[in-house]
Design a protein around this ligand. Structure first.
Ligand code: 6GU
Length: 260
């Protein structure tokens, strides 16, 4: 997978060089590029923002530096993609319908980024994230980009960040860990919260069995794998019902549909 990250603070993404995602890059499973929109400005001050049309607070990211940064991405990833919809006929034979890169625009007004979205995006081979600061990016970038990308405005939750960068780090981590080979033990992916049937994870314990007056549940020390599995399932249901009634309600509806 190739990931391009556009931001006026490209150093924000240095955390993606650590740990599992850093290793995935070293192993060639993942290529991460950072692009500075200021490199595509022509004025002395390398201006990327401008006051909002129609008035109002704050500043808006100007369209041209971001569009040029995105064009540089298209050129670097096979120049023909710069032509709108190019290659749809000739690449259909070898790789199915041609896939434009996905352009994810982090914004609190976007579609909610969920584990389902992460699973879907982990199948793609080219993701581009364009993080805006200030009050966001001129809407025409998104309109223009439709000809070259599959454009997905996405939000990571109902709260407001100062810019899209932290959201990009969250989404990039959730997506890239699903790429085969990035995680050593892929079985751990099936059991965790929001995977599979969407229930929250069960609580986990390790040695010692007695710790500061708190005990590991006896059943986990019993060696009875069927009982352990049943106990874990019960814990998942309890946690979900109590902590995330919204997920529990959806789960109950899905179960009823299955049993009909
Ligand atoms: Cl994706 N961006 C910003 N700026 N704030 C957010 C967000 C994204 N998701 C939730 N809040």
């Amino acid at each position: 997978m190739r990931i391009d990250l556009l931001s006026i603070f490209p150093e924000f993404f240095d955390v993606l060089d650590l740990s599992l995602i850093g290793r995935a890059q070293q192993d060639g499973l993942l290529e991460v590029n950072r692009i500075q929109p200021r490199d595509f400005t022509t004025d002395k001050h390398r201006t990327v923002d401008s006051p909002p049309a129609g008035g109002g607070a704050g500043m808006v990211m100007k369209p041209e530096p971001i569009a040029q940064a995105l064009e540089s991405v298209l050129q670097a990833s096979g120049g023909d993609a710069v032509e709108p919809h190019a290659g749809e006929s000739d690449s259909a034979a070898d790789s199915g319908p041609s896939q434009r890169p996905v352009l994810i625009i982090p914004t609190p007004s976007g579609e909610l980024f969920t584990q389902r979205a992460a699973e879907e995006l982990a199948q793609r081979d080219h993701l581009v994230f364009a993080a805006g600061r200030f009050e966001g990016i001129d809407q025409r970038v998104s309109d223009w980009a439709q000809d070259h990308f599959e454009v997905r405005p996405m939000s990571i939750g109902d709260y407001v960040l100062n810019g899209g960068e932290a959201a990009v780090v969250v989404m990039a981590e959730a997506i890239t860990r699903l790429i085969p080979g990035v995680i050593g033990n892929p079985e751990s992916l099936d059991e965790e919260s929001h995977a599979g049937d969407g229930l929250l994870e069960y609580p986990v314990y390790t040695k010692p069995a007695q710790w500061r007056g708190h005990e590991t549940p006896q059943i986990l020390l019993s060696g009875d794998h069927a009982k352990i599995a049943a106990w874990r399932r019960e814990q998942q249901e309890l946690r979900t019902r109590k902590g995330r009634p919204d997920i529990w309600a959806r789960h109950v509806v899905a179960q009823e549909r299955e049993s009909r």
